[in-house]
Design a protein around this ligand. Structure first.
Ligand SMILES: NC(=O)c1ccc[n+]([C@@H]2O[C@H](COP(=O)([O-])OP(=O)(O)OC[C@H]3O[C@@H](n4cnc5c(N)ncnc54)[C@H](O)[C@@H]3O)[C@@H](O)[C@H]2O)c1
Length: 256
């Protein structure tokens, strides 16, 4: 039998990660957890909030302004990570856009464009460009954030949103298969209902309704998503690739 892998206490010690959507919510929680585990991070957002996140962490975090729906800004983001830290071990694509209406007969082209620009196109090109860097440097771990609404139908999630998130599942699986032998792992976290700023505009009724859908009976905290991302980014997950992991308190385990 092989010896067990002796991982360091800080499971991301010495690693460099790009984290998109780092200004708030789950992306911000990923920055906090990754730094706690010893990583250095390029904190990427287009909101401006990435600057305060970096200030809170001192030298371990460098802020970077990018709109990750734009390929040239994605390329600049990875160039900035290499310029700041000299390497790239993990790329965590959390940035996403929520919105639109739930009625599948009524969505418009504008809503489709809004729901796919970051959620599908952006994540697809982030995955592609991260993999290009990693193939050239011996490998790394990519984690794409989608949604339980990309796994199974959810009445409150607009069709273009669920379709974009489901598309990322195939982007991730195909990239995982194509680049596994070059040391690139690609996995998905499909969050269930999670308390973040994205939910600020939701009514108390919606919050209670959504929280009750998990078997655990409450919404997730952003940190509970980030802890799984840190594991997937670490060498402890060295045999995990091509997976879609619902971090949803058992929501998608139910038949209905
Ligand atoms: N919160 C939930 O209950 C929930 C459930 C399922 C899936 N998700 C998904 O998880 C991810 C994180 O959700 P959250 O609740 O933390 O979101 P959030 O809205 O709180 O934060 C998203 C962050 O991404 C940034 N961002 C958005 N588009 C960007 C772009 N094009 N370029 C750069 N930055 C951009 C925003 O400025 C913001 O800081 C999203 O992909 C979301 O779709 C969320």
């Amino acid at each position: 039998m092989d010896d067990i892998i002796h991982a360091p206490i800080g499971m991301l010690a010495g690693k460099v990660a790009v984290i998109t959507g780092a200004g708030q919510g789950m992306g911000r929680a990923c920055v906090d957890v990754f730094v706690r585990e010893g990583a250095r991070v390029l904190a990427v957002d287009f909101s401006g909030k990435q600057d305060a996140v970096a200030r809170d962490h001192g030298g371990a975090v460098v802020p970077f302004h990018a709109d990750v729906s734009q390929e040239d800004e994605i390329k600049a983001m990875f160039a900035a990570a290499i310029a700041a830290f000299g390497r790239l071990d993990a790329s965590i694509h959390v940035a996403g856009t929520q919105g639109g209406r739930g009625d599948s007969l009524d969505f418009t082209l504008a809503e489709y464009e809004l729901m796919t620009a970051t959620n599908l196109r952006g994540v697809m090109f982030c995955t592609q460009h991260a993999a290009k860097v990693m193939v050239g440097t011996g490998g790394g771990s990519i984690v794409n954030f989608t949604s339980v609404a990309g796994v199974n139908g959810e009445q409150l999630a607009p069709l273009p949103y669920t379709a974009a998130k489901a598309g990322v599942h195939m982007v991730s699986k195909v990239m995982a298969i194509d680049y596994a032998k070059q040391g690139v792992r690609v996995n998905v976290i499909a969050p269930g209902f999670t308390i973040t700023e994205m939910m600020d505009s939701a009514s108390p009724e919606i919050l209670a309704h959504m929280g009750a859908k998990s078997a655990i009976g409450r919404p997730a905290r952003a940190q509970e998503q980030a802890e799984v991302a840190a594991f997937l980014a670490s060498d402890r997950a060295s045999y995990v690739t091509g997976t879609v992991i619902p971090v949803d308190g058992g929501w998608t385990a139910r038949v209905a």
